[in-house]
Write a protein that binds this ligand. Sequence first.
Ligand SMILES: NC(=O)c1ccc[n+]([C@@H]2O[C@H](COP(=O)([O-])OP(=O)(O)OC[C@H]3O[C@@H](n4cnc5c(N)ncnc54)[C@H](OP(=O)(O)O)[C@@H]3O)[C@@H](O)[C@H]2O)c1
Length: 313
Amino acid sequence: MSRAVVATAYGGPEVLSVLDVEVPAPGPGEVLLDVRAAGVNPIDWKSYSGAFGTDPTRLPIRLGHEVAGVVVAVGPGVDDTPVGDEVIATGVGGGYAELVLVPAARVVAKPAQVSWAEASGLLLTGGTAVHTLEATGVGPGDVVLVHGASGSVGRFVVQRARLRGAQVVATASEATHADLRALGTVPVTYGPGLADRVRDAAGALGPVTVAIDTVGTGEALDVSVELVANRSRIATIAGFGRAGEPGIQLLGAGPGTDPGTAIRAAAVRQLVELAADGLLRVKVARTYPLEDAAQAHRDSIAGHARGKLVLLP
Ligand SMILES: NC(=O)c1ccc[n+]([C@@H]2O[C@H](COP(=O)([O-])OP(=O)(O)OC[C@H]3O[C@@H](n4cnc5c(N)ncnc54)[C@H](OP(=O)(O)O)[C@@H]3O)[C@@H](O)[C@H]2O)c1
């Protein structure tokens, strides 16, 4: 048995419970992980919010797409992931738990230098960030406007854009600006007048050539369209309501979007290596015991966590 967080109905975080669930032995190609940390992502609370429909046959919904943990059992045919390995995995079903079954193909070794909490926040947001940069072709000479740069995806977009030789203008609330400056960006506050502030901030760097939106507000998309001449170099991971906007790339899961499956899968090893070398840092804002998953989700929904929220089962 394992304690696990489930949504027993559609609604807000009040529908979450911690239940005892059966844990089958690993099947062919599967490993069983003792979860040390489970990363919280907005997709987790969106899954039971009704944003993707309210099909009653999907209930109860197990939560948690990414974890870091120790292999405690392996199924038939798993030769290269022995019991005792410390690993990270994304694309997991039900990671908010003490134990979770994961396809062995989805696990990768956890770098010893990276903590459990940091490791559990590396792959989902990191893979998304790489996808945005690949899709928009960011490289040396680019001036990239990143909306939501203080968020989990945004911080990775910023760090990877700088590693690719681009300059970054980063939108975020004032309290995060010193941190974003330390990452080599020019931070600006979002809100009315944003386009002019971005123009001023970009000043000596040159015109904005790429915009990456991790927020999804009308403001972020409007300013992107106003400032970036080539619309194919504007990408959003959150503003899917603007699907009709000609030329803006919609990245992730959903109708009319590019899932970037191959790019995200290929990014995994590269993200782990960069994190091991200290070139990519996961900022953990807060940790919670499994019982406080609902509070973690309230904090995520509030939209200003300023780092990863992590459950420690
Ligand atoms: N399509 C995909 O593949 C994919 C993958 C991962 C995530 N996502 C989506 O991407 C979004 C961000 O995820 P995340 O994990 O990075 O979330 P997060 O860590 O909670 O970050 C939220 C960000 O939004 C900013 N923000 C909040 N209100 C804002 C406003 N009114 N205007 C501008 N910025 C505002 C915050 O800035 P301050 O705190 O500085 O105010 C913060 O930078 C979510 O909607 C998530 O579902 C999509």
